[in-house]
Design a protein around this ligand. Structure first.
Ligand code: AMP
Ligand code: ZN
Ligand code: FE
Ligand code: FE
Length: 282
């Protein structure tokens, strides 16, 4: 059975490998189908498709849009979308703008804490318009203020830490609607994030499904067997599609590899057909 990976980031957002490099890593890992799911941007897709065509790897156009419900960030993945859709492109540009409004505030806080960093340095390091906290974490690593991205989040950048600034985020129903309007199918990423204060997932999924959610990321690099089983049960009970992916980022999540996550991830190609069908129905 072939292995697929439906959740990957490139240098077009906060990953540290280019889209072509990510596809090459997938080839080495014997992954047959990849979805490029950069945060708020789709510019990595043509590069991935070109390298995929050379190496015989299918590329699914994707995106990951952050949304918020209460205190929780819900990340909505979009698959099989028309990535050249003009409306989608405008909406993603607006989301990237909200990053540029928040990021300098994070930098101000870091500077107030005595760290010598500027937003120009972050933007230069990022080399993309979709600038995120992992880029700030990388600058802190380069300047030896922290030992790893995890260290940067734990000490400064995570929610509740001294340099945290909340970003203006849409409700999940908007993210779902935008993905569907671009012909895609919407999927809730890493569902553990949706219940970080111990909330029940099922009623939330019922609401999101009514808003057009098509699936849930059951297989994920950091899921325990118990979590996978739980999400599989919810997907079946609520008639949601099952997806899975590594959430590969390169150096800011150094323990996670393309296709295999922390080693135990295996996402079956059998999940693809229903996902593709759901996208063509929208
Ligand atoms: P942003 O979208 O700019 O708010 O940054 C959030 C992103 O940072 C998430 O999508 C993750 O990719 C990444 N992230 C969150 N927590 C951590 C962590 N502890 N270590 C490394 N990366 C993280
Ligand atoms: Zn990310
Ligand atoms: Fe995410
Ligand atoms: Fe992600």
């Amino acid at each position: 059975m072939s292995r697929i990976d439906l959740h990957l980031h490139t240098t077009h957002s906060d990953g540290s490998f280019s889209a072509a490099e990510v596809v090459r890593l997938a080839h080495q890992a014997k992954v047959t189908t990849l979805a490029i799911t950069d945060h708020d941007i789709v510019s990595g897709i043509p590069e991935a498709i070109a390298t995929g065509a050379e190496l015989g790897i299918e590329i699914i156009p994707g995106v990951e849009i952050s949304s918020r419900v209460g205190e929780n960030e819900l990340h909505i993945l979009g698959y099989f979308l028309n990535w050249q859709d003009q409306e989608l492109s405008q909406r993603l540009a607006t989301l990237r703008e909200s990053r540029h409004s928040r990021n300098p505030q994070i930098i101000d806080r870091l500077r107030a804490l005595g760290l010598d960093v500027t937003y120009d340095e972050v933007k230069a390091l990022a080399g993309t318009d979709a600038v995120g906290r992992p880029h700030i974490a990388r600058l802190l690593m380069e300047k030896h203020y922290v030992t790893s991205a995890k260290d940067a989040f734990d000490r400064y950048l995570a929610n509740g830490r001294p340099a945290y600034v909340a970003r203006e985020l849409p409700p999940p129903a908007d993210a779902i609607a935008w993905i569907k309007a671009a012909g895609g199918v919407a999927v809730l990423a890493h569902p553990t994030w949706a219940t970080s204060a111990g909330e029940e997932l099922e009623p939330l999924l019922v609401t999101l499904k009514a808003a057009g959610l098509g699936g849930i990321e059951v297989h994920y690099s950091t899921h325990t067997k118990r979590q996978t089983t739980k999400y599989l049960g919810l997907a079946k009970r609520l008639d949601l599609l099952i997806t899975g992916g590594s959430d590969f980022h390169g150096i800011t999540k150094p323990d996670i590899e393309v296709g295999i996550g922390r080693g135990g991830l295996k996402v079956s190609e059998k999940l693809l057909e229903p996902l593709k069908k759901a996208a063509t129905r929208t």
